[in-house]
Design a protein around this ligand. Structure first.
Ligand code: BGC
Length: 416
């Protein structure tokens, strides 16, 4: 994302760099996000209701499109036109990018106990120069495999823990007349699958490849195997995935047309919305070979300075405080499929998948196998993440061989 260029254009147009602009007194909160599926809308609805109860009005800017690519484009347009929203859903390294432009309002005054209430890996992402500029909602685990229980039983398979077991189950599902793997058709979904296969080579391998962008790891024999495995998984997709949204792929698993889906646990919000029960109607398992590791994806809101006023408005502070309150953290995640990011929130109302996510998160934090998701925009700035996504998507939508994909990957990783 070319924020720097964007800010230059803004300044030239006399917009955001005019600090003498009048202070905005209104308490209407304009909120930009991409939570538009059934489960997502219910979850963000909790926040809207909470804020309205506190006397703020809510101006919703929901921009459909999983993983937020369209939302980020809309955000740039809003900022360029001098209408930066009160809050926007922004994640990972992008938080720092926006903070560096000096357009975010710090929220330290409501973040007194956040440091001890967040995993350190996540706490540091919420801050810039020691100041909190983002409020975290919840933790999504990305390396999940969702399985329709009836489809698994029909095919007479067992929950796969390795790739050979996975392919055995997929073959049985195919023979039983099902689509073995439900897959959507956007680049970020390709990346979601690919990163889980990278993780199956071990958290250290994932970290070296995806966090450190280590050239030796990116061009290794193991990385060639990753692409080979992805190629094989593709043979279990149906023909209709082009342009398909992630939640429509989840619906194929919910209604039994398809057997399995690789997806982050926002998919669980869809199962819950359809009245399906974890363990009974569907199974959540770590993607094959990844049960000891955890790819995290933490949604957060940042708060834009309003009309040149450096400090956060009372409404923005109330929003940040509400997002991190234990009551909100619980209800939001119950609808969203995630787990509270705030440590110490009771898990008693959560389903078995969420309880497993929480237990696995604690295990992964202590085993140093807790790693940021690339497809969830947590691991790399936009430029490198975008270039890597292009390589993976090109591979998955052509007949390219794994060796040349790996060469392209190593090159893409150098993108600044
Ligand atoms: C976000 C989730 C969202 C998903 C699909 C992810 O990048 O972190 O909150 O549910 O995209 O839209």
């Amino acid at each position: 994302m070319k924020i720097r260029k964007l800010m230059g254009a803004l300044c030239a147009a006399g917009l955001l760099c005019n600090m003498a602009a009048p202070v905005q007194a209104a308490e209407a909160l304009s909120v930009l996000h991409w939570w538009t599926s059934g489960g997502e809308s219910k979850a963000v609805g909790v926040l809207k209701d909470d804020m309205q109860k506190q006397g703020y009005s809510w101006k919703d800017f929901a921009v459909a499109g999983g993983a937020g690519a369209a939302a980020m484009t809309a955000l740039k347009t809003q900022v360029i036109s001098g209408n930066a929203p009160s809050a926007a859903q922004i994640k990972g390294p992008l938080i720092q990018d926006w903070a560096e432009q000096g357009v975010l309002a710090p929220i330290d005054s409501v973040a007194g106990d956040w440091k001890k209430s967040l995993p350190p890996q996540i706490d540091k992402i919420m801050r810039t120069d020691g100041h909190y500029v983002a409020a975290p909602f919840s933790v999504h685990r990305v390396n999940w495999l969702y399985i329709n229980k009836a489809a698994l039983d029909k095919a007479g398979g067992k929950v796969p823990t390795t790739w050979p077991e996975f392919f055995a189950v997929a073959d049985k599902m195919k023979a039983a007349g099902l689509v073995p793997v439900a897959m959507g058709g956007q680049p970020w979904q390709d990346l979601t699958l690919w990163e889980s296969v990278v993780l199956s080579q071990g958290a250290d391998f994932y970290r070296k490849a995806i966090v450190d962008l280590d050239q030796k790891t990116l061009t290794s024999e193991k990385m060639i195997q990753v692409f080979d495995t992805v190629r094989k998984i593709e043979s279990y997709f149906d023909q209709g995935r082009t342009g398909r949204d992630w939640n429509l792929a989840t619906a194929m698993v919910i209604n039994g047309k398809a057997g399995m889906q690789f997806m982050g646990d926002w998919a669980k919000g869809e199962f819950a919305g359809a009245g399906k029960k974890a363990g009974t109607d569907y199974i959540c398992a770590a993607a094959p070979g990844t049960d000891k590791s955890y790819t995290f994806n933490v949604d957060s809101f940042v708060f834009f300075q309003q009309k040149g006023q450096k400090d956060a408005t009372p409404g923005q502070l109330a929003l940040a405080k509400t997002i991190m309150s234990p009551e909100f953290q619980e209800q939001f995640s119950l609808y969203k499929g995630s787990i509270p990011v705030r440590l110490g929130v009771s898990m008693s109302k959560f389903d078995d998948c969420a309880k497993k996510s929480y237990a696995d998160e604690q295990m992964a934090i202590s085993a140093n196998t807790y790693v940021p998701s690339l497809s969830g925009s947590m691991a790399q700035p936009d430029a490198a993440a975008g270039a890597i996504t292009d390589v993976v998507t090109k591979f998955m939508n052509s007949n390219q061989d794994s060796k040349s994909a790996v060469e392209a990957l190593a090159k893409a990783a150098k993108t600044k």
